[in-house]
Design a protein around this ligand. Structure first.
Ligand code: SF4
Length: 115
């Protein structure tokens, strides 16, 4: 008898519908707040994990005079050392610039090579 008591309260009846609607709204708001707080809590880890995976070999970039723009018709996409990204426009890598995954497809350096 005691177990059915809470359900009896939720049963719609005249005069109780407004209360049920308010309960439903409160429940939806609580669920929404819970999802929003979980999303907000995970955002920094997503942001920092992306930052941590991006690498630049600053020393070798300077040594080989890397630039993010092509030189005349020479660019990384036409260089044999280029390691393409997921698409033609994504950043890639370079065989002579280890630990660097931010090579512009339209970049260039003095080690440009087609042989
Ligand atoms: S060697 Fe230079 S031009 Fe060739 S892919 Fe690497 S950075 Fe680009």
């Amino acid at each position: 008898m005691q177990l059915t008591q809470p359900f009896r309260k939720l049963k719609p009846s005249r005069g109780n519908e407004a209360g049920l609607t308010r309960m439903s709204t409160d429940l939806n708001r609580r669920i929404w707040m819970k999802h929003a707080s979980v999303t907000l809590a995970l955002l920094p880890s997503f942001f920092f994990s992306r930052q941590a995976s991006a690498k630049r070999n600053v020393e070798l970039r300077a040594k080989f005079k890397y630039q993010s723009t092509p030189l005349e018709s020479m660019s990384c996409t036409s260089c044999l050392e280029f390691i393409p990204g997921k698409t033609d426009k994504d950043l890639g890598g370079c065989k002579i610039l280890p630990d660097d995954d931010e090579i512009e497809p339209n970049g260039y350096c003095i080690r440009w090579n087609t042989m």
